[in-house]
Structures are given as structure tokens and as C-alpha cells.
Design a protein around this ligand. Sequence first.
Ligand SMILES: [Zn+2]
Length: 449
Amino acid sequence: MNTFSKKILAILWVAIIAMIGFCGNVVAQEPAQEVLPQQIETLSTGSTESLTDHSRATKFTAQDGQLSFTFPENVAGIYLEWEKVPTSSSILYGKQSKTMPQFLHQYLSIDTPSNQIQLEWTGQGSLCDVYFFTEGALPDWVQAWQPSCEKADFLLFPTHADDEHLWFGGVMPFYAGEKDLAVQVAYMVQHQNEPYRWHEQLDGLWTVGVEHYPIIPQFPDAYCETLEQAKQIYNQQEIIAYQVEQIRRFKPNVIVGQDVHGEYGHGAHQLNTDSLIQAVVMAADASQFPESLSLGTWDTPKTYLHLYPENQIVMDWNQPLERFGGKTAFEMAQMGYACHTSQQGYWFAVKQSGSYDCRKFGLWRSTVGQDTEPDMLQNLPTPTPVPTATPTPTPSPTATPNTAEDSSSIEESSTPSKKNGVVIIIGLAIGIAIVLILKNTIKKGREES
Ligand SMILES: [Zn+2]
């Protein structure tokens, strides 16, 4: 074998070994193990026991908090569940430090596994629980949120935490979970006095496959019997301005809103949709809401409203979904709603029949023609599944201190699409090496003969 062939063979071997190692890492990742700290030290007053009791009801609260954790083995990731997200927070390990994303629930990987980790924050922070993991595949319940979408395929406008499952049914499990599309959820209200609902909200979204952090504005939750009453309680112009901003920011192909009659008549639901049908039109109009014009105008191709009687489609939420181990979109919607434990005592349920059928949507407005089949993406260009968005700043006034996103600090996570890209590149390198070897062998053969 000549020197050229030897060189090529060496390249080939390196590529094959890299690919085997890489695929092994992707396909057969061992489950990550939870590691309990053997020691927790803090400069703040207050007991640290609540941090590892796996209960959101107990909290460790501190102004400018500092916690040092020591472990019996190295840990490779930290998962925090806050009740009040501080102004900023970071972890220190070895000589490295990393800024934590400003999400209520957030996982952060530790690049160099360590048996000593320090967590620091500025401002008032209230931490329910902290979990640590070894390297490996994380349990499903660990939420590694991506920043809100850069550009959304779907933009959903539920009113309260739980409306997204009850009335939109399989939209999230099917389009976000199974199809891996960019699905952004933007609520109308926050549950200012019910912290447990903030957790239920994220748990539910995560369960059904939503990975982009939701937008939760500061409009308070208030019960209103009628649309007129809701207009007395809320400033409708502010709600329309908020919705216009979300539409201009996320530039969705499809918007999904609630029933114009408020599902069961809830005034806030009615106000949400009454505002939305104005916002969809105004978002495309450069003469409206100049305060969000820097985001550009946007004319949303398709807007669906739950139960809207015209141009109605009945979605099929009963197909088994690969992403969820064969469970259907309907079953996943039920599981998402089940995360809202505080709401289970009411009569609400995710239903596929009767007056609140979560399969029925009317195409209220379309710039791309009418549907002829139950497919919310019909007549639209095929979207590309890109689950990871580039971090973008949050325009005011959408985020609350408790749920504010600070995407500037989000670490890049290695997504399947990126991994596939690497596999393709390695595959190409192997292919080129084989062609070069064959060419050289043939050439050599010719020279010898
Ligand atoms: Zn509601």
C-alpha cells in the first residue's frame, strides 16, 4: 500500500471511530442519575432542607442568595424550580461559571462535571427545589426550556393556564410534539395569586411537547361573567396592543384562538378572542400600534378559532404518535390538562364530543384559501422542523418577574437536527475517503498492469 492510501485509510478509520462514538452517544445514552448533595452551605439565613425535599410547597428564600453544594460524585447538570426568579443567577464550578436562564423551571448542563457547585443570585429569589444529575439522558420531567420562538409556525392564544389543553386539544402534542414545529404559546393573563398554577402551566406545556418558553403577560386573572364585564375590568386596547406585538414578533403561519363565545361563556375568554380578531388584522397594518412596528408588520396566513362554525374542520386527534410512545394527541392533551392539578375539581375536561369538542376549529381568516381537509398547515409551504431557536431578547411588557425569560444566557443545547448534521458530515467524509481510495487503487492497478 502506498503512502497516499495509508493516509486515506487513517482518515477513514478516524471518521468511522468518531461516528461509532457519536452514534453511541446519541442512540444509547444511559439514563442520568439524580445525585443528592451531601452538604449544602449558605451565607443566608434559613434552612436549606426544603431545597431537596422535592416539594414545591416549601421554599428557600434569600436576597442575593449564595449556596454551595458538595456531592459524593461528579454532577453534570442542575435543574432549578423557582417560585420567584431572582434578577440574575449563575453557577460556579471549578474555575468556570455559567449564567442561569431566567425561567421558572430550568435545567443547565455543567460542561466539566464537578463534585462542588456554587449557586449565586442577585435580588430576591425564592427557590422551591434543586436537582442535580450525572451525565446521561435526563428524565422526561426535567424541563430544559428553549427561549421563545424566533419565528413561529403556530402562535396559540389561550386565556388562562389550562385553556391550551381544554380547548386546543391535540394542537400542541401533534404540531409541537410529533411534528417538531415551532409552537409558541402566549397567554392573556397571569395567575398572580396562585403560584402553584405557574408550575402546572409549565408542566402541562412540557408534557405535550412544547419546548419554547411561553409568553405570560402581566394582565391579572379576573373572573368576568360577560364580555361587557370583561371590558370594564381590562383595558382592551392594551390587550390588542399585546397581541399585535406577539403576532409581529413571532410572525406565525397559523394562529389558534379560543371560541368567540368564550367556550362556556367566560367573559375573559370572550375578550381574548374579541381582541385577537382585531389584532390579527391590525398586526398587518403599519398605521396601527407604532410601538411594536420595529418588529415589522405581519399578515398571518391562517387564523383558526375553536368551535367557529364557518369553514370548519374536525381534527383527528386519535392517531398514535411516535414521539409519545404511541399515545394519541387526544390522550396527550388529557395528560397536559392533568398537570393542572388545582383545576381538577371543576367540571372541565378535554372532550372529543359535545359542545366543547376540542377537535373543532373554524378557519376564521385565511390569505391562502380554504381547507379541504383537517390539516391546519394545508395550503402553506411545508415547514421545517427546527426545535431550537436562536436566543432573542424579550420585548416589554410581556414577561413577569416570575416568568421572565432572559434568553441572553441560554446555553446552546445539542439538538437532534444538529446531531444529524454532524453525522451527515462524517458520513460525507467517509464517502469521499472511499472514493479517493478506490480511485487510487484503480490508478495503481493500471500503472502496475
Ligand atoms: Zn380559561
